[in-house]
Write a protein that binds this ligand. Structure first.
Ligand code: GLY
Length: 350
């Protein structure tokens, strides 16, 4: 498969800017504590969670660790669901959503429909730390990021543009866009056209003091209506934590989480005494029950038209990944090694 953008090439040109912007708003390290740290993330965070674990072992803040982990994926042009290289909206413009929550202060911040900024999760941390607000959107979020010195870049990579253009040229036989000749279609395009990209990265960190931090960052649903905001920047929907209880986040089609505030539901389930497994599976059942009341979210067999996945860790370090349909994975670092584990599905067939 041809990849017009090469990761090493890209990292060479942007690494300096990325590192400096990630330092803005980060907390000072403290001596590591005695507890076993745990990092959980969506499957695309397998490599990134090594970074988070390394940082918490050095006594760094759990949210800062989560932000630096997801920054690796935000800067990876080969991940078409997050940051640079994310698939754009229907107009061909990449719009990012991200949020953070910090356990020790119960702080939270988020940005939505943010354009041209490589690390939206780091901007969300500044909304939390350097404003009295929680959520900034669109032009206001961009101006805020600029004010803090974040450089602007074009997030639409050549590969993402080619995928988007193919979608645009083939979506409606009655419009005036003409499909490209088959020989002009790059080999990588069809796989992204067949299935709409709904990925995202979530990362929750339990540090060596038993403190929690989490973030969710995404380019959102591919080909979305411009201005569409998903669950990722909405506290309670795409992520939630309570430092006394646990942390949870989600990936997949965000509308279901907006309609059920599912990450809050998972944390509240843990507060009520459920383990992460029961709390997550109850959230999946809730979504499966409520969503199918709307015909546009219901398949002919009565199940949901979409999937969502949850990643949760409780204050005591128990973790769990669950989903509506089978096939999902969660990345986990237990302090010894990073691995992918299966998400337990609500339904055992797709
Ligand atoms: N869960 C990401 C989105 O729906 O935008």
């Amino acid at each position: 498969m041809r990849r017009p953008i090469h990761r090493r090439e890209f990292l060479g040109t942007t690494a300096a800017a990325s590192l400096s912007t990630l330092a803005i708003g980060a907390a000072a390290a403290r001596p590591p504590g005695p507890k076993r740290p745990i990092v959980v993330a969506s499957a695309n965070g397998l490599k990134a969670i090594e970074k988070a674990m390394e940082m918490v072992k050095q006594g760094r803040d759990p949210l800062d660790a989560a932000i630096e982990a997801v920054a690796i994926v935000e800067a990876d042009p080969t991940d078409h669901s997050v940051g640079l290289g994310g698939l754009p909206n229907e107009d061909g413009v990449v719009e990012l959503d991200a949020a953070v929550m910090h356990g020790p202060t119960h702080g939270g911040g988020s940005v939505a429909s943010l354009r041209n900024i490589l690390h939206p999760a780091a901007v969300a941390r500044l909304v939390m730390k350097r404003t009295r607000h929680v959520l900034l959107v669109g032009e206001g979020a961009l101006r805020f990021a600029r004010a803090h010195g974040f450089p602007e870049i074009n997030l639409l990579t050549e590969e993402a543009r080619q995928i988007w253009l193919h979608w645009k040229e083939t979506r409606d036989p009655d419009d005036d866009w003409v499909p490209p000749p088959p020989e002009a279609v790059a080999a990588f395009v069809p796989e992204y056209i067949r299935k709409r990209v709904t990925g995202t990265i979530h990362c929750s960190v339990l540090d060596t003091h038993g403190d929690l931090g989490c973030t969710t960052t995404t380019s959102g649903l591919s080909w979305k209506i411009p201005g569409r905001v998903g669950d990722s920047p909405i506290l309670g929907a795409g992520l939630y934590l309570d430092n006394e209880v646990g942390s949870a986040g989600s990936t997949g089609v965000g509308e279901a989480n907006l309609l059920n505030l599912s990450s809050h539901l998972v944390v509240e389930g843990m507060r009520a005494g459920k383990g992460p497994k029961d709390a997550v599976m109850d959230a999946c059942k809730r979504i499966a029950t409520t969503s199918v009341r709307d015909p546009k979210r219901r398949r002919p067999d009565g199940r949901t038209t979409f999937d969502v996945k949850f990643y949760a860790v409780s204050k005591d370090g128990t973790f769990f990944g669950g989903s509506i349909y089978p096939g999902g994975k969660m990345a986990v670092h237990d302090g010894d090694s990073a691995k992918l584990v299966d998400c337990e599905p609500l339904y055992d067939t797709k």
